[in-house]
Design a protein around this ligand. Structure first.
Ligand code: MTE
Ligand code: MO
Length: 257
């Protein structure tokens, strides 16, 4: 990962679907040419806000360049970038949100938001670190420890991992059971002391404090206990399954958090 990535900057993003690499040297022509060859250039300009994500997710997949940083669209005051590998995500709320826990467990379960709020809540404050370089210091997350849900489900002794699925229909993540049982891994209902908003993966996202932010799956809908780790969305595209901040993905200079 080089340090020239535009997602490390706070400048507003242009409305046109140029890619980070194009903006880095001030010359968007490369990506426009690529869009043209796909026959999507004009459409991309008209429908930029929605289409950009799908396009860049796709282009990121073929270009192989820091794909987790390509879909950042809306820098805000807090320094976050919103990411989604899909063009749109359904909204879920108190009426229709469910989190299922299944797989190698004795007691599969389905939690509503009210169910999750009724469980003990843990608040953590650490720095957030995206693997592409941007970082948000001291960000509070609050929710139910993943270990609480795993204990409630009764994990089969021969299980070794946990797989996470999302109601965007595309993103997946995974942890080993040892990682999943850490006290700094949450099923988060709050971020920055507010309910997790839709763009940040609400109403419920995973929060894996010691790892790069791509582990923190947004729009969490399923927790499946499995025998072994199955690489997640970005991990099938080259990122480390063990995403410890500062110890993976070729970086050893990352700040703690
Ligand atoms: N479902 C889903 N979860 C996801 C992603 C995504 O595209 N889809 N992107 C990941 C990456 S690469 C990062 S850096 C963070 C971004 O979270 P934010 O949008 O709240 O800043 O979410 C992670 N979780
Ligand atoms: Mo990321």
């Amino acid at each position: 990962m080089n340090s020239e990535r535009p997602e490390e900057r706070d400048a507003p993003e242009p409305a046109e679907p140029t890619a980070p690499d194009d903006r880095a040297d001030g010359s968007p022509i490369g990506r426009r040419v690529l869009l043209g060859t796909l026959g999507l250039g004009a459409l991309g300009v008209v429908a930029a806000p929605t289409l950009q994500r799908g396009l860049e997710a796709f282009l990121g997949g073929v270009s192989g360049k820091d794909p987790t940083g390509l879909t950042g669209l809306l820098p805000n005051g807090g320094g976050f970038r919103y990411y989604s590998v899909t063009a749109s995500v359904p909204r879920k709320d108190d009426t229709n949100y469910r989190l299922t826990v299944d797989g190698m467990v004795d007691r599969p379960a389905s939690y509503t938001l009210a169910d999750l709020r009724a469980l003990p809540q843990t608040r953590l404050v650490h720095d957030i670190q995206c693997v592409t370089g941007w970082r948000v210091p001291k960000t509070p997350f609050e929710g139910v420890r993943l270990s609480t849900l795993l204990d409630a489900a009764g994990v089969d002794p021969s299980a070794g991992a946990v797989r996470f699925t999302c109601f965007d229909g595309a993103y997946t993540e995974s942890l080993t059971l040892d990682q999943a049982r850490r006290s700094d891994v949450l099923v988060a209902l709050k971020m920055q002391d507010k309910p997790v908003g839709h763009n940040h993966g609400g109403p419920v996202r995973l929060y894996v404090a010691p790892m790069y932010f791509y582990k923190s799956a947004k729009w969490l809908s399923g927790i499946t206990v499995t025998r072994a780790v199955r690489p997640g969305y970005w991990e099938e595209r080259g990122y480390d399954v063990d995403a410890w901040v500062g110890r993976s993905n070729g970086r050893d200079d990352a700040p703690t958090g």
